[in-house]
Design a protein around this ligand. Structure first.
Ligand code: PEP
Ligand code: MG
Length: 902
């Protein structure tokens, strides 16, 4: 098929033919070189081979038909324009061959410079450069080195080694001390290395050099480091790279030449000004290799004022044209300035907000565009505390930065000890080999979590991120010995109680305390920093953009909170209600005993007593939450624990009973408990007696909760407040389950609320696939749906949410079966489809049905966009993620023509 097609297809574009919007086809570098060419800026002439050509090559293993001829034609026109021929012995045109994908992948793919040099043209180059033999031979040895390494996989160290040898023989460390003869000798040595490894001589034919270099750039798309980088940055694997063939200009022709990089604003802080580095008499790779120290760009003014002024003019022009921070690479060849690259520059999270705000002030972009240019991941980063690393601290280990932030505290090795010390007001770091759900309390109590195993999707990482808690995972230099309560790292032994500090962004682990600075953005959300009066540019920018996001968004943002303190914080962070108040934890701690009595009750009387004792406690819980959320909706979910979580572990209980029997003690109570635990033991508790099933099995349990909710609401209203309770039934799979619960609840509510004016909605979670597929029926009995995407993902994929992330997700991620854990970001094709079906069928059955989501995905940026697109009314997420969800809901609601914020 391809033969006919590809002859027709245009694979090569002159710079004059492209523009900045053709990044898909020409890659970022090619598209921007074209844009600059068309702006009339001094760009060396050249052409771009498209990503389409690369993709065709990578799929078939050979260059597509027509490509060679198109390259030939464009090369000829380049030669005409330059008045020189590629590799001409007397006056050679030399070209660089550079990769350039749609998204920048710095240093991940290949570049070959000085293509066109050979044993003859090296002489011509020298003449052309004013009898500069040294320069010509230096250029030639660079070509052999780069070509050998990238095109023919000759080990780079061999070239380095030969260069070191020559320098040693000459008694110098500096490349610049080598003269033309030394470099000619080096070329000979390099050629021998090349021949030894490839079994052939270094190719002398310029066009062969060019073709092989192009092919090497294509191949470098699939180099291991490029694959890893793409996975890390979530860049699709099938984009391919473009190849830019550009006439060489030289920054190493003498002191009136040089090379540099520049930013139009500070990419670290966003501050306005001129930032960059310059290196005289050098080529770009010398800067990267750090052979000599660069000087600040401002010093170019003294060295070459004309070029400096011209460069500043071009930078201003580029900023105005791109309406954004640009980063630039340039070369000066004997006093003439050439632009080698520009792009919208990468920046820190803080700079992204500050710059977006500045550009609005400067009238270059509007607030919609400013909102488009920042994202929730950046905001989340800014909400973590960070270390005040103003003097050097030495890290003793480096793991994976699994959940950002910084934390210092005393080392503990068990969840129980973490809780104990935290209760005494100590900051603690929970150190484990890996965590499991039993560590939850310890994780909540700790300032940070450090594990020696597991990656970004390990239990520790996922849970910590959800909590907004600092976590370093997989620090495998740590040898963690939990029973001995110590870990060792290198020569250090760290015992329980010793202080360590962890940086969840870099993954570094420090011994001792490193001072931590709070996030000013959190201080602003907490109301401690006034955005109108602060001189903190970041806070002002965040405030402005958040205000716009709030005005723009259609989705409401609620929070998942089950304590008054969480509810209060979330409200300060902008939550517009509670989307999920889990009631399970209200049954733990000192109430556990009541629950045991309830579960083990032998008769109606005993059960009723237990429930009667729980009722006032639950009522008080709800009163506290309704008060904090005064006037805002509060969705209270009826209890949904896997039952075993309330009962002692079977093995432990069996041992206790056996020991007590041995001693002849009275164990009647323990035996009853053991029998009950045996009876209720489940192989798959997540699929067992939980949620609505429990409510239907234990008489009076849901009724007690409904009564507590209604009585709490009435109490708040009688006190002059406003309570808007929404009762939510978990784990419903069939409308009949909901109808049964509803009938009883309505009866109780009617009895309790009387004429108080309290209105109580009754709805359901949609978290079992069957519920999604029968949503039309379920909507008849529900005033709202809230998607429980944790369970919906678990049951949609058949993945145990407690086990799989640690067990095998790493492999799935490696194979690209998914790019990110479906527990973190919603699987739009599968689980998302269930949501779409339920939303559509639910609303068809009950127009205006309120729809929300309260699984972890409610605070995930990509998922928020999906929920916006399916028309949900709100998302609900943990308090810390509320601002992120507000921002992303705003971003989802605006449409801009602006560039991708990646
Ligand atoms: C869910 O399943 O998404 C949910 C919110 O409920 P839980 O996480 O408590 O099971
Ligand atoms: Mg659930």
């Amino acid at each position: 098929m391809a033969a006919h097609d590809s002859v027709e297809r245009k694979y090569v574009y002159d710079f004059a033919e492209g523009n900045k919007d053709l990044k898909d086809l020409l890659g970022g570098k090619g598209a921007n070189l074209a844009e600059m060419t068309n702006l009339g800026l001094p760009v060396p002439p050249g052409f771009t081979i498209t990503t389409e050509a690369c993709k065709a090559y990578l799929t078939t293993g050979r260059e597509p038909d027509g490509l060679a001829a198109q390259i030939e034609a464009h090369l000829e026109s380049l030669e005409r324009e330059m008045g020189r021929r590629l590799g001409d012995p007397d006056d050679p045109l030399l070209v660089s061959v550079r990769s350039g994908a749609k998204f920048s992948m710095p240093g991940m793919m290949e570049t070959v410079l000085n293509v066109g040099l050979n044993d003859r043209s090296v002489v011509g180059l020298s003449a052309q450069a004013g009898r500069n033999d040294r320069f010509a031979w230096d250029s030639y040895r660079r070509l052999i080195q780069m070509f050998g390494k990238t095109v023919c996989e000759v080990p780079g160290e061999e070239f380095e080694h030969a260069l070191d040898e020559i320098k040693r023989a000459k008694g110098t460390h500096n490349d610049l001390d080598l003269d033309a003869d030394d470099l000619r000798g080096l070329v000979d040595a390099y050629k021998k290395i090349f021949a030894k490894h490839t079994g052939r001589e270094f190719p002398q034919e310029p066009r062969e050099q060019l073709d092989l270099a192009i092919r090497a750039v294509f191949d470098s798309w699939n180099a291991e480091r490029a694959v890893l980088y793409r996975r890390q940055e979530r860049i699709p694997a099938d984009l391919g790279t473009a190849v830019n063939v550009v006439a060489m200009v030289f920054g190493n022709l003498g002191p009136d030449s040089g090379t540099g990089v520049a930013f139009t604003r500070d990419p670290g802080s966003g501050a306005q000004g001129i930032y960059g580095d310059y290196l005289a008499n050098a080529q770009g790779e010398d800067v990267v290799a750090g052979i000599r120290n660069t000087v600040p760009l401002q010093e170019l003014e003294q060295l070459d004022k004309t070029s400096y002024d011209q460069l500043l003019g071009i930078m201003a022009r580029l900023e105005e044209h791109y309406k954004d921070l640009c980063d630039i690479e340039f070369t000066i060849e004997r006093g003439k300035l050439w632009m080698l690259q520009t792009r919208v520059g990468k920046r820190t999270a803080a700079a992204a907000f500050v710059i977006a705000g500045q550009l609005v002030d400067e009238g270059l972009i509007d607030l919609d565009e400013a909102l488009h240019r920042v994202n929730g991941a950046q905001l989340a980063q800014l909400m973590f505390p960070r270390f005040q690393l103003d003097h050097e601290f030495e890290a003793v280990a480096k793991g994976i930065g699994a959940s950002p932030g910084a934390a210092s505290g005393k080392v503990v090795f068990t969840s129980a000890r973490a809780v104990e010390l935290a209760a005494e007001g100590e900051a603690v770091i929970l150190v484990r080999r890996e965590t499991n759900p039993d560590d939850l309390n310890g994780m909540i109590a700790a300032k940070g979590i450090l594990t020696s195993r597991g990656g970004k999707t390990s239990h520790a990482a996922v849970v910590a991120r959800g909590m907004g808690k600092t976590c370093v995972s997989g620090a495998d230099e740590l040898d963690v010995n939990v029973p001995a309560k110590r870990f060792t790292v290198g020569d250090h032994v760290v015992n329980e109680g010793d202080v360590v500090s962890i940086d969840g962004t870099t993954g570094k682990v420090y011994l001792g305390e490193v001072p931590v600075m709070p996030s000013e953005v959190v201080q602003y959300f907490e109301g401690e920093l006034d955005p109108e009066t602060t001189d903190d540019a970041l806070v002002r920018a965040v405030h402005r953009i958040m205000t716009h996001a709030d005005a723009a968004r259609r989705l409401r943002v609620r929070t998942n909170a089950d304590t008054g303190a969480d509810a209060a914080r979330a409200r300060r962070f902008g939550a517009e209600g509670i989307g999920l108040c889990r009631t399970e934890h209200m049954f733990l701690g000192d109430r556990r005993e009541l629950v045991e009595r309830l579960i083990l009750a032998s008769g109606e009387r005993e059960r009723e007593d237990a429930l009667a004792a729980l009722l006032p406690l639950q009522r008080a819980d709800f009163i506290e939450i309704f008060r904090e959320m005064d006037g805002l909706p509060v969705t209270v979910r009826l209890i949904d624990p896997p039952l075993h979580e309330f009962l002692p572990p079977l093995e432990q209980l069996a041992v206790n009973v056996a020991v007590a029997q041995e001693r002849g003690e009275d164990v009647a109570k323990e035996e009853a408990l053991l029998a009950a635990v045996r009876r209720m033991h489940e192989e798959n508790p997540m699929l067992g007696l939980r949620g609505v099933r429990l409510g239907l099995v234990i008489p009076g349990l849901f009724a007690m909760q409904v009564r507590a909710i209604a009585e709490a609401a009435v109490a708040v209203v009688r006190d002059g407040g406003t309570a808007c309770p929404e009762i939510m039934v978990p784990l419903v799979g069939a409308v009949q389950e909901l109808e049964t619960v509803r009938a009883e609840a309505e009866r109780i509510i009617a009895e309790v609320v009387g004429d108080s004016g309290v209105e109580v909605l009754i709805g359901t979670m949609i978290e079992v696939p069957r519920a999604a597929l029968t949503a039309g029926q379920i909507a008849e009995a529900a005033e709202f749906f809230s998607f429980g995407t944790n369970d919906l993902t678990q049951m949609g994929w058949g993945f145990s949410r407690d086990d799989v992330e640690g067990a095998f997700f790493w492999r799935y991620l490696e194979l690209g079966i998914f790019g990110i854990s479906p527990f973190e970001s919603i699987d739009t094709d599968g689980v998302g489809r269930l949501i779409r079906i339920a939303a559509e069928e639910g609303r068809a059955a009950r127009p205006g049905l309120k729809l929300g989501v309260c699984g972890e995905h409610g605070g995930d940026p990509d998922s928020v966009h999906f929920f916006h697109s399916v028309g949900l009314d709100y998302v609900s997420c943990s308090p810390f993620r509320v601002p992120v969800a507000r921002l992303e809901a705003g971003r989802a609601a605006i449409t801009t023509t602006g560039s991708d914020s990646r």
